[in-house]
Design a protein around this ligand. Structure first.
Ligand SMILES: Nc1nc(=O)c2c([nH]1)NC[C@@H]1CN(c3ccc(C(=O)N[C@@H](CCC(=O)O)C(=O)O)cc3)CN21
Ligand SMILES: O=c1ccn([C@H]2C[C@H](O)[C@@H](COP(=O)(O)O)O2)c(=O)[nH]1
Length: 282
């Protein structure tokens, strides 16, 4: 994909070397953006083999709403999140919880009989907000809405999260019968994370488009700190030498978001260059 090659080149050309908490320096570029038309094909890189199964499993795991990785790690044998989990698989209230069970409090007043007669007391009930279900319902019922926002950042809970969310907020937008998605990512690992993130959100957008009777539109992606870990530079330069091939096709069978499984996603005509191993910075 040319947009990815261009992104890698911009970060290498314009980025500055930065230290960070992982101990592996990055070449970092502030505020990068690209936009792809999902009608051109499914954006799974062809300049290296990206593990499609892991991409879809990660998306399905986000949709499960759990605060642990036991399904992903133990049932599905996918290990991309292992390094951030404890022995029980616990990762805290990260994406799955924020997407499906965003916590909030509902305030009500109740009347109490006190010594001095009736008194009002405020009570707070803990509730969970399903942002994905709300987005699907709004896309169906009020597609012109400009408020179809899903937010994974919860300042009060960051300390409980194994890793503060990187893809922090996304917005759906319906134009001309097409479903667009814009993702804002605060921090993006160009070699490892971004290929997963772009395919994951493309698959999510295509899934929700199918469910709501729309055509897929654009996936647009803003990456605030777009960085290349210095030990990934050689692998990415190798990728730049490779000629991008035709984008594969993704077929989705149209199940509801709570019924989806791996078998509902079929990847066709994926013919990538060989895998390039990159070490993940923890
Ligand atoms: N430094 C860093 N970069 C990331 O991209 C990242 C994190 N940390 N922390 C949280 C998640 C975990 N993500 C990951 C973690 C590992 C792979 C990875 O190892 N991918 C390999 C093979 C995976 C497989 O075969 O299933 C790859 O070749 O893409 C990818 C994304 C993305 N995120
Ligand atoms: O989906 C993801 C998750 C993580 N990343 C990358 C971005 C950074 O390299 C690290 C997170 O480190 P912070 O210090 O918290 O920014 O993980 C990604 O690209 N995509």
């Amino acid at each position: 994909m040319k947009v990815y090659q261009d992104l890698v080149e911009r970060v290498l050309d314009n980025g500055v070397r930065k230290q960070n908490r992982t101990g592996t320096d990055t070449i970092s570029s502030f505020s990068e953006f690209y936009k792809i038309d999902l009608n051109d094909g499914f954006p799974l890189l062809t300049t290296k083999k990206v593990p499609f199964r892991s991409v879809i499993l990660e998306l399905l795991w986000y949709l499960r709403g759990e605060d642990h990785i036991r399904w992903l790690r133990d049932e599905k044998d996918c290990h991309i999140w292992d390094a951030w989990a404890d022995e029980d698989g616990h990762v805290g209230p990260i994406y799955p919880v924020m997407w499906r069970k965003f916590p909030y409090f509902e305030e009500t007043e109740i009347d109490l009989e006190g010594n001095a007669g009736k008194v009002k007391k405020r009570v707070y009930e803990k509730k969970e907000f399903d942002q994905i279900r709300h987005a699907v319902d709004t896309i169906k019922n009020n597609p012109e809405s400009r408020r179809i926002v899903i937010n994974a950042w919860h300042p009060g809970l960051i300390d409980q999260m194994a890793l503060p969310p990187c893809h922090v907020m996304f917005i759906f937008n319906v134009s001309n019968g097409r479903l667009n998605c814009h993702l804002t990512q605060r921090s993006g690992d160009i070699a490892l994370g971004i290929p997963f993130n772009m395919a994951c959100y493309a698959a999510l957008t295509m899934t929700i488009a199918k469910l709501t009777g729309l055509e897929p539109g654009f996936f647009a992606h803003t990456i605030v700190d777009a960085h290349i870990y210095v030990n990934h530079i050689d692998g990415l330069k190798e990728q730049l030498k490779r000629e991008p091939r035709a984008m594969p096709e993704l077929q989705i069978s149209g199940e509801d978001i709570d019924e989806l499984d791996l078998e509902h996603f079929r990847l066709l005509n994926y013919d990538p260059h060989p895998r390039i191993p990159f070490e993940v910075a923890v």
